[in-house]
Design a protein around this ligand. Sequence first.
Ligand code: SAH
Ligand code: SF4
Ligand code: F3S
Length: 441
Amino acid sequence: MSDPKKLFIKTYGCQMNVYDSERMAEAMGGAGYVTTDRADDADMILLNTCHIREKAAEKVYSELGRFKGLKAANPDLKIGVAGCVAQAEGEEILRRQPMVDLVVGPQSYHRLPAMEARARAGEKALDTDFPEEDKFDHLVARPRATRGPTAFLTVQEGCDKFCAFCVVPYTRGAEASRPVGRVLAEARDLVARGVREITLLGQNVNAYHGEGPDGRDWSLARLIHELAGIDGLERIRFTTSHPNDMTDDLIAAHGECEKLMPYLHLPVQSGSDRILKRMNRSHTAESYLRLIGRIRDARPDILISGDFIVGFPEETEADFRATMALVEEVRYGQCYSFKYSPRPGTPAAERATVDADEASDRLQRLQTLLTRQQAEIQNAMVGREVGVLFEKAGRLPGQMVGKSEHLHAVHVRDSDARPGDLRRVRIIESNPNSLAGTALD
Ligand code: SAH
Ligand code: SF4
Ligand code: F3S
């Protein structure tokens, strides 16, 4: 038998891309490939790309430029572009970078092995369809391969919300949910392979409405309650949610389901109703704050995280101050904040932009506030007892690292814990991006 070929995958963007990269690696396993973490050793290089902001998209071309030498040294090397840039730019990529052999959009990954074969035969392969069949039905996990203690599981994809700044509805297509039975089967398989924490993924995960075994649509809350019944699965998380899809049963689940972790990523984007309207977000600052209040009633210690865009077209200083006021009121434990980036084909890209220096200044002020809130919430953990799911060894001898219920990274010294162990830990120290603690059992 010939040696297996080697596949190098580089992943950009969101967790859904991380999940997709795993599925693509598995699909290529069936075509005789094993993965490598070295590009210069690979027979095939695959970039799984992100189109959300201009910087993310442009990175792809500079990265491709770096592979020129590798391709010259090894003419058999195949280079592929997957993900949201592949979907958005398609043929344009083949034009701009002739050394690219294949371009595959997020809904066509199950066709990757066939595309690779075409590329090996000297053809350029391009597939950015939104096919009828469900790619996940054709992307089957390798039996028996062991896993780390945490895993992502995509349950929903695409988006119908069309926020004025966002490319996702165009790159990922219409909102769709996987059937309950398939999600449960994949979850059980992950647990059998050693997974103890599953994060359910979707661009709008709380819009989940997959077909249940009873033929009816199940909500995300119902799916979570069902998953909680799997022995050996200790923790459930989900991301990313939209404020308008936070249904009563999902809010209640945070108070009822012990395995559902007290952490919720609920992006608001802006605190100004005028800007929210122009963003096509269809919620107001007040309705968002009311929602946060109801979620905290259900689960008082929940950690709220979010996303913000500053410098959206027409944003004034007063609009920005409304965002700062909303942040003060919510008290976020963790946040991502971005300067607005105009994206081709989106409605907001046609509008007058905010002065770049002004936008940078606002981003800095917002990030200062968010960093302070994050530190305050982390510091308040000192002295408390938390549960930690250990994931791997730390950098220091005898040190182990894991995550708390609130998704804080926790370092423990002189621990005999192994990856996958769930232990009680007393927090003794709060550092810029992690906590330190001592094991109690
Ligand atoms: N589905 C999620 C987020 C998807 S994109 C939601 O509805 O909130 C992740 C984040 O990227 C967004 O929350 C937004 O804050 C940011 N983002 C999206 N488009 C952007 C753009 N054009 N410029 C800057 N940030 C953007
Ligand atoms: Fe983008 Fe808005 Fe859909 Fe989120 S809800 S993916 S921000 S269009
Ligand atoms: Fe980026 Fe596509 Fe995810 S644009 S954020 S990789 S859905």
